[in-house]
Design a protein around this ligand. Structure first.
Ligand SMILES: [Zn+2]
Length: 150
């Protein structure tokens, strides 16, 4: 896909991540875009805010989009490589493309998605990387809780 477009969409996810950080949450944001380029839904990790470990950024954006008959041609944009749970969501609903802000601080399921026919655009965005690096450094326990490791 067009790199400028990918970066423009990523900015929506980054704004969500920053809003989450400001709320005391985990700074991961996401947005779901339609095949026509319309924003369908946006959201952020809400583990802390909602006391809900299943409310990841991608899941939050997905739920905000409401019901769609088909996810063909849609793009899930996320600031961080999607975990197994959110990667599963992408495959379950047939989301066609995933734009990933970075996969340096966390290596999720983006390669697995690519192996299964999902178009993956990995941007290696320095702003996304810095956001997570700083957060993990300041909140190691919360981060380990989110990724399910200790
Ligand atoms: Zn996830």
């Amino acid at each position: 896909m067009d790199q400028a477009q990918a970066h423009q969409w990523l900015a929506t996810a980054v704004a969500e991540a920053r809003a989450g950080l400001a709320e005391g949450g985990i700074p991961i944001g996401a947005a779901l875009y339609g095949a026509d380029g319309n924003l369908l839904g946006r959201g952020r990790n809400r583990r802390v805010q909602d006391d809900d470990p299943s409310m990841h950024a991608e899941t939050s954006a997905f739920r905000a989009a409401g019901r769609l008959r088909s996810y063909r041609g849609t793009t899930m944009v996320t600031t961080l490589s999607p975990c197994w749970y959110c990667s599963g969501l992408v495959r379950q609903f047939g989301i066609s493309r995933v734009v990933v802000g970075e996969a340096t601080t966390f290596h999720g399921g983006h390669e697995w998605l690519a192996e299964h026919g999902v178009e993956v655009v990995l941007l290696d965005d320095p702003e996304c990387t810095a956001l997570m690096r700083d957060f993990i450094e300041d909140n190691p326990a919360l981060w380990n809780e989110d990724i399910g490791s200790d």
